[in-house]
Design a protein. Sequence first.
Length: 588
Amino acid sequence: MTDRLARIESRLAELERTVRDLDARVASAERGGAGASAGSVGPNAPAVLSPAAEALVFESRDITGPLGLAGRTVMIFAGAYLLRALVDSGSLPSTIGVAAGLAYAMAWLAWAHHAARRHGPAGLLYGGAAVAIAYPLVWEATTRFQLLVPAAGAAGLALVTTMALGVAWRGRLHLLAWAATVAALGTAAMLVVQTGVVAPYAVYLIALGIATLWLGYDLDWFGLRWPTALAADLAVLGVTSRVLSGHGLDLPITALGIQFLLLASYVATVAARTLVRGRNLVPFEIAQMPAALAVGLGGAVAVARHTGSGGTALGIAALAIGAVCYAVAFAFVDRRQGRGRNFYFYTSLGLVLTLTGAAVLMPAEPLVITWSAIAVVSASCAWRFSRAALTVHSAVYLLAGAIVSGLLAAVELAFVGSADVPWPAMTASAWVVLAAALICVVIPRARTGADTVALWRVPRVAVALLLVTALGGAVVLFAVPRLAGTAGAGCDAGLLATIRTAIVAAAAIVLALCGRYERFVELRWLLYPVLIGGGLKLLVEDLPHSRAATLFIALALYGGALILAPRLARSAAAPGPSVAPANPPAHI
């Protein structure tokens, strides 16, 4: 009997323990915890939740992260407004308040860098909040509180931007870089409007443009560099216009320094990428470099001529950099990278800088002589070293010399000038350009590889056209006073028209004859344009102004040219068989 009672008590105790265990498990399941299920046995059995309970737990965990980030971001702004309230109430001096606000924003930028390595969205939110606090604070410190002069305001912008872009670069936070860039451009624009000072913010925008350019090189963030480069160009253009108008606060020497900084910064950056890294030019560089040349170099020339200061230094610097560009193109790029976009970029840059530097340093006559000499040397090197690109440079130098010397103006008067207006004589420098054009036409063209394509003959055609029109104009200026009377003093308009027609007809015959030789094939290309121009001239000038006798001479001469010149040209186009030497001579 005793054993039986003992067994019953034992079973009751076991049942009691089981009930307590089941009660604990049910309570745990109701709380959504990790307790065991009601049908499990043992304290370590896994919990089995219903589908509705599992969905509720997942949903709460999914929302907790974003809500927490949003809450912390709101708390960041709350701290900023607390500092603002202390300053507005007078409890905190504005100097200390501004410094504390900037330190607060910088601290959150630093924390954004730390958070971005573990959780990208957190770094983006913290960095964006810091940017939203820092840039308006710099603007208020410069304008409302007047704690910062414009130069210090630009320095403050540079500090904030450097840290923001640095965090974006290290954390690969593209959106943060865009936020910082847009805020920087907007703040700089507002500070220029509020303060009326452009120079320090122009320097800041140039630095920002270079920084975003390197971000694009390193991380392929291509969009950032376009608005910053445009802002830098506009800022430098603003400095230039204010100095030229005399209404700005910036000194001419300051404007020259900023203009040179814009040009030198982009040239150095492109050089580092194309020469050191060996990369080809990209569309942004192709677009920005002409803009930098126009705004930086062109603005510097305008300021130097308007104010009479800084011209010598500018000219020497431009000539020196132009010579370096030519040397880099032919001694480095041509040998290592070939004649691609980089080669033509550096030669074109050397051309523009050389033209500008010489124009700033020299008076008209020495300048024309210098350009004419460079044109002849360029044409010689183009043939001797098979560098067809130099024929373009030769043509440009000759055209510049023709403009400065007055040769083009003299040619215009000779062929379309009125008989009632006095004509000036050709200057000595105009004759120098004409002689240089003759030498350049006589020099053979480059004939190696891609240099033989027809496109490279266009500059030689331009030089030939300059030579033909200049010679014809010189003959007209020589013959008219002796045959038709001095222009502006009783000159016979009909005889003047006939003289011009005779020159056109003679030019057509000479072009056809010279075109028989392969060296002067470009002259033959000008034959039919000259004949067409002569026909139009007969209709516009000879028929309305000439008498019957002079019109007879003009029509006879032009008709003879129409008959004879094409025949000469056809015989030149079909020469007899000849054997070309296997190895053409390398030099004269």
